[in-house]
Design a binder for this molecule. Structure first.
Ligand code: NAD
Length: 260
């Protein structure tokens, strides 16, 4: 389906981004992966995905908290492949603290990576998508782009911003072959969430299994984690012709979280 197309997936060295990168490679896309991690582990990952799906896999260490790096990531992909057809804005961070104790430096980092970088990569990638009249922009927001939880003010603000930005881009590209959508996962068991499980276990003196069950029980009625593979399958669907008229939406994948 994506044969000879090129996908850039930010924050794809782990977690959800990696699940989406694998799914797009399985659909035939060449990949630019990005994120932090050990050089040897990232090289191994590149080789493994390339061999499994017969695609080219390049890597950029762009730090998306820096505006020049966010723009540079798209320039790097253009130099490497000559085109960017699919842009998945996935990189994101969390910081948990009450508003009145929230450090400005953490607020700025969350907004820079979760929201401003989404604007910068989209702005850089759009002109050549418009020139070919085809593109898919997929922003990984969160259920926290649609509702709030306590102690996550910066994250909730950034993800609501991503959902709003998604709608704006969808309107501006509505008469073209480009779509722009947001995916809004509930709990997914990745390093980002494991930190929150560890904090809950320490606070309430729970073992890891009890802490996981408590975290899910508070929010996610299915009592199951959403998986990176499920999110990858949804991203691949959004890239398909069947999704050509699907634009400007925020799709929850949350085991019923938002139905309460
Ligand atoms: P993760 O911590 O496993 O992965 C984050 C990825 O982003 C990693 O590859 C990391 O190296 C990269 N990254 C972090 N800071 C970066 C920076 N400054 N520049 C470039 N790359 C950077 O997290 P995850 O849970 O897979 O989260 C991915 C996205 O999904 C985030 O936007 C997150 O907000 C969102 N999300 C996660 C959950 C969840 O339950 N895990 C739920 C809803 C939304």
């Amino acid at each position: 389906m994506l044969k000879s197309k090129v996908a850039v997936v930010t924050g794809s060295t782990s977690g959800i981004g990696l699940g989406i990168a694998r799914a797009l490679a399985a659909a035939g896309a060449h990949l630019m992966i990005n994120g932090f991690g050990e050089a040897a582990a990232i090289d191994k990952l590149r080789g493994e995905i390339a061999a499994a799906h017969g695609v080219r896999v390049a890597f950029s260490a762009a730090d998306l908290s820096k505006p020049a790096d966010a723009t540079g990531l798209i320039e790097h992909a253009m130099r490497e492949f000559g085109r960017v057809d699919v842009l998945v804005n996935n990189a994101g961070i969390q910081h948990v603290a009450p508003v009145h104790e929230f450090p400005l430096e953490r607020w700025d980092a969350v907004i820079a990576i979760n929201l401003t970088a989404v604007f910068l990569t989209t702005r850089a990638a759009l002109p050549q998508m418009l020139a070919r009249d085809w593109g898919r922009i997929i922003n990984i927001a969160s259920v926290h782009g649609l509702v709030a939880s306590v102690d996550k003010s910066a994250y909730v603000a950034s993800k609501h911003g991503v959902v709003g930005f998604t709608k704006g881009v969808a309107l501006e590209t509505a008469t073209t072959g480009i779509t722009c959508n947001a995916i809004c996962p509930g709990w997914v068991l990745t390093p980002l969430v494991q930190k929150q499980i560890d904090a809950l276990a320490a606070r309430d003196k729970l073992d890891p299994e009890e802490a996981r069950a408590k975290l899910l029980g508070e929010k996610q009625p299915s009592l199951e984690f959403t998986t990176p593979e499920e999110l990858g399958a949804l991203a691949a669907f959004l890239c398909s012709d069947a999704a050509a008229q699907l634009s400007g939406v925020a799709l929850p994948v949350d085991g019923g979280w938002l139905a309460r």
